[in-house]
Design a protein around this ligand. Structure first.
Ligand code: HPA
Length: 279
């Protein structure tokens, strides 16, 4: 368990390395960190330098916090994130969200790579999260377990208005203007690191999941605990396999390869939202 001073210490360190105050946080998932290269006047702060900050060991996840200007907004972009399956606790996984909140951001925009469970989803499509199922979280593996610091947020967190409606509406407008296939759907959050069995995929579909992945839900939970506005997008990197006895097998390479079409699409969506950020 962390105490608030540890979040503040990390935030103070970041403050000492930047000149402009970020108001929006970005979390850039598998293969998506390149987006941070678009930030103007950027300060690049290696995670290793920030006290307490967890580092991703996964290929495709960079390891920097990049603070700079994008579409008229000062953003703090995480190039890569730590995951539960790497052996981090859920408090460690969500430490960056707490620090971003201490830095003064009001909104958090997250991206991830996910498998398409909904048969209508194609590789390269984007899914805007309108809701999620935190499968482990429901059973007690979530970062809000333990004593609650009331100065960070309430003990009991409402989750029915998690994915900010004006932000979603704006994203849908931007995608419509840009001809980007953007679905609204339910993200099913698991721990990984294994990809799901076909029977698990059929279960996830039956339970209402449209896309499946190994991140995001914990960060979103902590963001909502801290009162941040949240938007999240999944890049569909592969179609989840729902039958046995097939030649198909999901692998990390295809997840990274799909980034080539997903990155420009997510970049367009995020820039469009930032350039006309709904109040
Ligand atoms: N399952 C879980 N996580 C993922 C997948 C998947 O198929 N693709 C990318 N991340």
């Amino acid at each position: 368990m962390y105490n608030r001073e540890e979040f503040q210490r990390a935030a103070e360190f970041i403050q000492s390395r930047i000149s402009a105050q970020p108001s929006i946080g970005l979390v850039l998932g598998s293969g998506l960190g390149k987006l941070a290269d678009e930030l103007a006047d950027r300060a690049v702060i290696p995670y290793a330098d920030i006290p307490g900050w967890p580092r991703s060991t996964v290929v495709g996840h960079g390891g920097n916090l990049v603070v700079g200007e994008l579409e008229g907004q000062i953003v703090a972009a995480q190039q890569g994130r730590a995951h539960f399956y790497e052996g981090y606790t859920l408090q460690e996984v969500t430490f960056p969200v707490r620090v971003m909140k201490e830095l003064g951001i009001h909104s958090l925009l997250l991206t991830n790579a996910a498998g398409g469970v909904n048969p209508a989803y194609q590789v390269g499509d984007i899914m805007l999260l309108e809701d999620h199922i935190n499968f482990l979280g429901l059973a007690g593996a979530n970062p809000l377990m333990g004593p609650n610091d009331e100065s960070l947020g309430l003990r009991f967190v409402g989750m029915s208005q998690t994915y900010d409606r004006p932000l979603r509406q704006r994203a849908l407008e931007v995608a419509g203007e840009g001809g980007i296939p953007l679905h609204s759907g339910v993200y099913f959050g698991l721990s990984g690191p294994f990809f799901e069995t076909p029977a698990e995929i059929r279960m996830i579909r039956a339970l209402g999941g449209d896309a499946v992945g190994m991140s995001t839900v914990n960060e979103v939970l902590v963001a909502r605990h801290g009162g941040l506005r949240v938007m999240a997008c999944s890049g569909i990197t592969n179609r989840a396999i729902d039958v046995v006895d097939t030649e198909l097998e999901t692998n990390h390479e295809e997840v990274l390869e799909a980034g080539a079409v997903i990155v420009p699409r997510l970049t367009t969506i995020l820039k469009g939202v930032l350039s006309n950020f709904p109040t």
